[in-house]
Design a protein around this ligand. Structure first.
Ligand code: 1QQ
Length: 399
């Protein structure tokens, strides 16, 4: 919160409660890192190093660059607050996975076996995680996905965590809400069949559509890197679906939205997590109006730590944060908290401390891991309106 706003809020509270104004002064400002479940650390070395693997080049960089920025913001705050103890600095070695499994494997191998990092954040894609995380698991180094949403990620082992809600925790609610608001009866389904996340999202969509008694008129597939979806879309739209349901990463999602509108489709386009980048809306332009997607976070969240994060992120980078940044920022704080509570750079101790985190206040809400190291909190359904994600309702959907 800016100083001015802070002052205004305090003045307002004081004015509204004059006889007990002292209460307002005592009230704590919302701030990260006030989770008091463990004592101040005393045994950490001057420099504690973790790794971060994000797709910072190529098509995936619309996710990976904001993720790196969000981690950097968190780490600056962690160091400023001396969260790991007096004179202790948290350092991050960033590696670019470029959306490529081989590159993710090379990055994880370097971080774990050469750099000797305490823990790793990332990699960006579920496919990369399935390739690279076994290296962390075998070496006993905790790894936390901050955007992996495919089924089975944490089944790789007890050192594998994620703070990103899986598609299975997000899509069913989105489909149920969209079905009700738009009165969906029949849809066409389009998905990438060469990526773990897009396949997993497809599986969850099919189950959710069945659950809501929405008929799947037909399905079509594509591969990562495809740019022309006219054949698949022409076929699906010839069946006159009420909505298109799409599981795709950002680059393909953008073209699918644009080309579906060019072919005259005006109905809702329901996407999975790949649609959650503002770059999809910006690059698709007006065509993105009516895109529906479930998320782990929306900027409209009234949670004080979410409001604060959005302000701080915007101030630092001159752009609004998105769901991926909220998850990456929270992930960095969670990992720092585990190191702080372990008061040790032993990876097994950090793993245990991470698994023990419950009710941690964060921009994602009050955060806990379940017994399988997956996040527990509520998702939010959104609709794209004039280039931004609004919370989905009959009103925002214009129905
Ligand atoms: C995954 C995803 C992507 C959309 C991350 C950017 O959810 O690969 O699991």
């Amino acid at each position: 919160m800016s100083l001015l706003r802070r002052v205004l809020v305090v003045l307002l509270i004081a004015a509204l409660s004059a006889p007990v104004a002292v209460v307002a002064q005592d009230e704590e400002e919302p701030q990260m890192g006030q989770w008091e479940a463990c004592a101040d650390p005393e045994n950490l070395p001057e420099v504690v190093t973790i790794g971060a693997i994000f797709g910072q080049s190529g098509n995936i960089s619309v996710y990976g660059i904001p993720q790196s920025q969000a981690v950097a913001l968190a780490v600056n705050q962690i160091n400023e607050a001396e969260y790991l103890g007096e004179g202790v600095t948290l350092e991050v070695i960033y590696e670019d996975s470029a959306g490529a499994n081989e590159q993710a494997i090379a990055a994880m191998t370097k971080l774990v076996e050469e750099d000797g990092v305490v823990a790793v954040l990332g990699p960006t894609l579920s496919s990369e995680a399935f390739s690279a995380d076994p290296i962390a698991q075998e070496n006993g180094v905790p790894v936390m996905g901050v955007s992996n949403t495919a089924a089975g990620i944490t089944d790789m082992g007890e050192f594998v965590f994620r703070d990103s809600l899986p598609e299975a925790s997000v899509i069913p609610g989105t489909v149920a809400q969209a079905t009700e608001i738009f009165g969906l009866e029949k849809v066409g389904v389009l998905y990438g069949n060469d990526d773990d996340f897009t396949i997993s999202g497809y599986d969850v969509f099919v189950a959710a559509l069945e659950e809501n008694e929405v008929e799947i008129l037909d399905e079509a597939t594509f591969a990562r890197g495809d740019v022309d979806f006219n054949a698949q879309l022409t076929q699906l739209l010839s069946l006159e679906p009420d909505a298109l349901v799409v599981s795709a990463l950002a680059a393909e999602a953008t073209q699918i939205i644009v080309q579906a509108r060019q072919l005259g489709f005006e109905g809702p386009i329901i996407g999975g997590n790949g649609f959650n980048s503002p770059a999809v809306l910006a690059n698709a332009g007006e065509a993105s109006n009516g895109v529906v997607v479930g998320a782990a976070w929306n900027i409209a969240s009234p949670d004080p730590l979410s409001v604060l994060f959005a302000e701080e992120y915007e101030e630092e980078y001159g752009a609004l944060p998105d769901q991926f940044t909220a998850q990456a920022y929270t992930g960095a704080w969670l990992m720092a908290t585990a190191i702080r509570c372990a008061d040790s750079t032993d990876s097994a101790d950090v793993r245990d401390a991470l698994a023990a985190i419950t009710d941690f206040p964060s921009p994602l809400g009050v955060f806990s891991f379940d017994e399988n190291r997956n996040p527990v909190h509520d998702p939010v359904a959104q609709i794209a309106k004039d280039g931004a994600f609004a919370v989905l309702s009959a009103e925002t959907a214009g129905e």
